[in-house]
Write a protein that binds this ligand. Structure first.
Ligand code: NAD
Length: 340
């Protein structure tokens, strides 16, 4: 006997993982929604007699909640249709592709008194929780800067650039770690393949309260898969490597101290080196933790840890990168035209 019926809109790369995870939760019955018949057939091949339909309208009345895992430009219309029908909604990152759409979604959820949650998966990741615990304990000292790299021969998207595709993760991770949103962004972004969207980008965000800068490198065009967050503190440094099997977080007892001296020949800094420690991190699949939390929010009526408002905040940062990436004045100089 099922107590909750959840529709997953989009049975693509990521939606299929939601279907796997939700189908394993007790009391949850999943309906697969995909506009592509071949994806519905694939869902039935993998999951057997699962209900599979080609549009959300066909099944909305029967559902208690909806997971929106279609390409980002289609998030807002599907989520709004679900909210208008009084259903709780989990929307994949980024919440929407414009600030106006994200604001409408948040307002609509409030007006309908429905759960609106954003799928910031890394905020449900035990390694990120551990990193935050280490930062909050003061072990690293004052945070000097954070650097993130999310690189791969990635899945080029049709409806957004690499920043809107990948950087929501980094914006969500860093703002979660620092407990604040950035107030300024600067961006370097460039398209190397095709005619549509930037595929490599560097983003700098400034966090005013902590006086910390975060540098985010995202790429669909890199031979090496990298998923790394480096937190550099005055006392110690920590690295979260999401690709590591058993040492996802390492704390390096190393640092550099400035030496104040009037002697121009003296060393400007001294170095400290010590242990490298990798703390125990419980194993839990972040998507499972996130989707379980969504189900709990639906059944208890309690606000989720990543509500629509949090998704809106991240969309505001993403939108600012569009402005920041507009052609800017570059540093210019006269070159002799030769490197030798
Ligand atoms: N949280 C994460 O770590 C993570 C990882 C990957 C992707 N995502 C997000 O998941 C979403 C989906 O990404 P993907 O890589 O799975 O895309 P995808 O292209 O692999 O799959 C999208 C699916 O949606 C279907 N679809 C499109 N419009 C539809 C509509 N109106 N109604 C029903 N079905 C429709 C398509 O037929 C396709 O099967 C995106 O928002 C992406 O940003 C999140």
């Amino acid at each position: 006997m099922y107590s909750l019926r959840i529709g997953v809109a989009g049975y693509g790369y990521w939606g299929s993982k939601h279907v796997r995870v939700l189908s394993g939760l007790p009391g949850v019955e999943v309906t697969v929604v995909d506009a592509d018949e071949s994806r519905l057939a694939e869902a039935q091949r993998v999951h057997g007699p699962i209900v599979a339909v080609s549009s959300l309208d066909e099944c909305l009345d029967e559902l208690d909640g909806v997971v929106v895992a279609v390409p980002p430009a289609a998030h807002a219309p599907l989520a709004l249709a679900a909210l208008d029908a009084g259903k709780g909604v989990l929307v994949e990152k980024p919440l929407a592709t414009t600030v106006a759409d994200a604001e409408t979604m948040v307002e609509r959820a409030r007006a309908r008194n429905c759960c609106l949650m954003v799928g910031h998966t890394f905020e449900y990741n035990p390694a990120v929780w551990k990193l935050k615990e280490i930062i909050d304990s003061g072990e690293l000292g004052k945070i000097l800067y954070i650097d993130t790299a999310r690189l791969d021969l990635g899945r080029y998207q049709n409806d957004c650039n690499v920043i809107w595709d990948l950087a929501p993760h980094d914006i969500s991770i860093v703002s979660y770690l620092l407990d604040e949103m950035p107030d300024e962004t600067s961006v370097w972004a460039r398209r190397h393949i095709g005619r549509r969207h930037a595929d490599v980008a560097y983003l700098r965000m400034t966090f005013p309260r902590r006086e910390v800068s975060a540098y985010v490198h995202v790429s669909w065009l890199d031979p090496c898969k990298v998923r790394r967050v480096t937190v550099v503190g005055e006392r110690k440094m920590a690295v979260y490597n999401d690709l590591s099997d058993n040492e996802r977080v390492r704390v390096y007892d190393i640092g550099v101290d400035a030496l104040e001296s009037d002697d121009v020949h003296a060393m400007p800094v001294s170095y400290r080196t010590g242990d490298i420690v990798s703390p125990y991190i419980q194993h839990a699949e972040p998507l499972l933790v996130q989707d379980t939390h969504f189900v709990e929010s639906l059944t208890t009526g309690r606000a989720p840890a990543t509500p629509g408002e949090r998704g809106l905040e991240v969309v505001r940062v993403l939108a600012s990168t569009d402005e920041a990436a507009a052609p800017a004045t570059a540093g210019r100089f006269r070159s002799l035209g030769t490197a030798s």
